[in-house]
Design a protein around this ligand. Structure first.
Ligand code: PA5
Length: 468
């Protein structure tokens, strides 16, 4: 009993918090801010959107909701990753879009910035990790230059089993592997794909290649917490149980059972719904259709890129659910604090009134760096000496926030107590819920991507793919 309570207290301490005050009209005025009565005016919409999300969860259409609770898959992934650690020096992910961005985000957030450069023992004997998520010939050549194929395993990730970029990268490395290791090539490949369909599933079965399944009801950009994202994370030593536990914790925070009775009130208890509702109001009422995602941490820039995909590809839609032309969605922008204060910030403070800035603040960076007191005779050195860099980065974020508020620019802050698997699990999950809830508010399908298909079909036709 005591232990359970202690665990719950630890989790509570690591809960991520959202501070929405700078979206509200009390902070930034009525022209650009949102009022409580604005929220009240869309009560019914919020209640309907909640019902749609709940139905989607119950019917299984929103499969990502089940991912925090997959025990069988986790133990299979951990077994495979142990085996990989014992046998290989390099782990290469071949995938694109939702089959790579989550992997990259997790790696950037939770592993050492210079992970591949660390001596093996400082990587806990885990292999080096590479992500090939493009078909830039130079990039492919340069990866070939530096990996020893005999010590490399490739995780080919494609839900459809047919994305041309992933398939061509696979073919290139398959050919090289066959020359380098002969019949052993099968031991150097792990396929992550649809459980039943597609050519890669067929290949895995015919050649008895180790494979993992992407659940049928989980689409690419919602798959980071499925075997898609979990294997590369586990292979590099990330605690995937903690990651899923963080997602489950956020699921609980975003699942208030009282919601149906009083949506406006309960909105405060559901951070994912609240951020979606405020961004929705900023869009329809105040014409702000650009969402800038700006973490104050280099570790989180991969999450900003992952956010950009889920936000853009899920919500940028031509048709409503009733097939009316709506041409809706948000333009995501990824920015990095403090770096982009010296690049993009001028536009955010004084440019068009078309953006909401979403800050991600980190309370404890787990490394403290004090600023040495040197050359105090120089004014531009003296006032910094003796402070800490940790103090400075948070103060700079406050300064940016202050400038935005002064200029009536809506912004809000997601606060992470620290960056760890538990908090990152929460962050990914809240963004997934926020996205499907926004889809429901906008009355569009956040799970498809028909606009992307047109380009794919063009390429297949030009290359003479059968059936096109
Ligand atoms: O979110 C999506 O559905 C897309 O971004 C896909 O992940 C991307 O196109 C890759 O698809 P696949 O996993 O089928 O190779």
């Amino acid at each position: 009993m005591k232990q359970i309570k202690k665990n719950e207290n630890c989790k509570k301490k690591m809960e991520i918090k959202l501070d929405f005050k700078n979206v509200m009209e009390d902070s930034i005025g009525s022209e650009h801010g949102v009022s409580n009565s604005d929220i009240d005016n869309i009560r019914e919409k919020i209640a309907n959107a909640h019902k749609r999300v709940l139905d989607g969860r119950k019917s299984g259409e929103l499969g990502f909701y089940q991912l925090p609770y997959q025990d069988k898959e986790v133990s299979e992934i951990l077994d495979i990753s142990e085996d990989i650690k014992n046998k290989f020096d390099n782990f290469v992910v071949l995938g694109i879009g939702g089959s790579a961005l989550g992997n990259i985000a997790l790696h950037n957030a939770l592993n050492h910035k210079f992970y591949n450069l660390l001596p093996k023992k400082d990587r806990n004997d885990c292999p080096r990790i590479f992500f090939l998520d493009n078909i830039d010939p130079k990039l492919i050549k340069e990866l070939i230059d530096i990996i020893d194929l005999k010590k490399t395993v490739f995780n080919v990730i494609t839900k459809s089993g047919s994305t041309s970029e992933t398939i061509v990268n696979f073919l290139v490395f398959l050919d090289l592997l066959k020359s380098a290791v002969g019949d052993d090539w099968k031991k150097h490949i792990i396929i992550t794909t649809d459980p039943e369909r597609g050519d890669l599933r067929k290949l895995a079965e015919e050649e008895s290649i180790i494979s993992l399944s992407v659940p049928l009801n989980v689409g690419g950009r919602y798959s980071v917490l499925s075997p898609v994202g979990l294997l590369s994370a586990a292979v590099s030593g990330i605690d995937i149980n903690q990651l899923l536990s963080g997602a489950a914790y956020m699921d609980k925070l975003c699942s208030s059972s009282e919601f149906d009775k009083n949506p406006s009130f309960e909105l405060d208890k559901n951070p994912a719904y609240k951020s979606a509702a405020l961004l929705y109001l900023e869009y329809v009422k105040n014409k702000k259709n650009i969402t800038v995602f700006m973490p104050y941490s280099n570790s989180l820039i991969g999450i900003a890129d992952w956010f950009s995909q889920i936000w853009a590809e899920s919500l940028g839609k031509k048709y409503s659910l009733e097939n009316e032309v709506v041409n809706t969605g948000f333009t995501p922008v990824s920015a990095l604090g403090t770096t982009d204060q010296h690049s993009q910030l001028q536009l955010y403070v004084q440019g068009q009134y078309d953006k909401v800035i979403v800050f991600v603040e980190v309370e404890n960076y787990n490394s403290q760096i004090d600023i040495p007191k040197l050359y105090p005779e120089f004014n531009s050195f003296e006032y910094l000496g003796g402070k800490s860099i940790n103090q400075l980065i948070n103060l700079e974020k406050q300064g940016t926030e202050h400038a935005l508020v002064k200029n009536n620019r809506p912004n809000y802050t997601i606060k992470l107590p620290e960056i760890n698997a538990f908090t990152i699990g929460q962050l990914l999950f809240i963004i997934e819920v926020q996205t499907v809830f926004m889809g429901a508010l906008l009355n569009i399908n956040p799970l498809d991507q028909p606009g992307v298909e047109e380009g794919k079909i063009y390429v297949c036709k030009k290359l003479g793919r059968k059936g096109y």
